[in-house]
Design a binder for this molecule. Sequence first.
Ligand code: 5GP
Ligand code: MN
Length: 340
Amino acid sequence: MNEATTAKVRQLLAVPKKIVVVGHKNPDGDAVGSCLALAKVLKTMGHHPQVIMPNDFPNFLKWLPDWESILIYDKNVDSSNALIASAEIICTLDFNALNRTGEMEEALENASADFILIDHHQQPDDFAVVQYSDTSMSSTCEMVYHFLKALDADQLITSEVSTQLYTGIMTDTGSFRFPATTATTHKVIAKLIECGAKNSEIHQNIYDTNTPDRLALLGVALRNMKILPEFRAAYITLSQKELDDHNFRKGDTEGFVNYALSLAGVVFAVIFIENKQEKIIKISFRSKGDFSVNEFARKYFNGGGHTNAAGGRSTDSLAKTIRYFISILPSHKNELSHES
Ligand code: 5GP
Ligand code: MN
């Protein structure tokens, strides 16, 4: 974080403030971990923070320190709106545009608070007085560590804060293997372990929570997987019925798309998941090398994200969405077949 940004944050936080800390819709480990950690330190500094998430988050995160303090917007609209309206500062973490908060967008747009953005997604919108945006960062949790260090607040990183930050860095880097994992990321991780994060325990809490239903659903996903060698691509589909048949719960499909990307020779992997309630097909895109799924998701599927991990949606049926996706691929054949 540069000196001008640090100075501005110091000025904003000079006296105790009412602060709302917000993550993106369908919050992941990085969103939940970064919001909880920042709120915890802000509280220690004498502020009055409240974490609000647009909607519920996966059960595999429901052990993190303070997880029960999170207000879920779509279950508490009135109290959340009151907190947003009376907030003096709103910290937006792990997203780049207010529409990433779904139903919360309007309340945030009408808020009179000063916004502090901390995020590692590409092309952030211009809504914050403090914009700490760095697309080279592994995760927003890593950025929160640098943010706290710049404010000389790193001594306030307790074992609980370390656990929250470690979790987000671990989940966003695929356990420290994606390209955005740097030497600095590992140095931050080392600090967090020194400050009390129990790395092996955290890994087990997040990843060793399979149920027979979830593994059976993974079996269905793998059987549904189609490989398109001419585009070095593979995609997976899951219908609402397939989800229902396996008692789907939020988070159950997390990581499924990575199986498609793990195929030798595949550089572009996609999972299409039907959501009858929201009347959309939720899509996750992953790539290896230079092929930008951020651009692809923005251009064709109303989404975005990072170069190698992005999301989007379609309001067509599952079958029509797949036909559309397949019809687009030839125009990207050169990029996809030239990937190293
Ligand atoms: P996932 O596929 O796991 O939902 O998301 C992958 C990455 O893309 C995450 O960093 C997520 O925040 C981002 N992402 C997912 N959906 C969207 C979207 O609709 N718009 C934008 N801008 N980013 C998204
Ligand atoms: Mn993130």
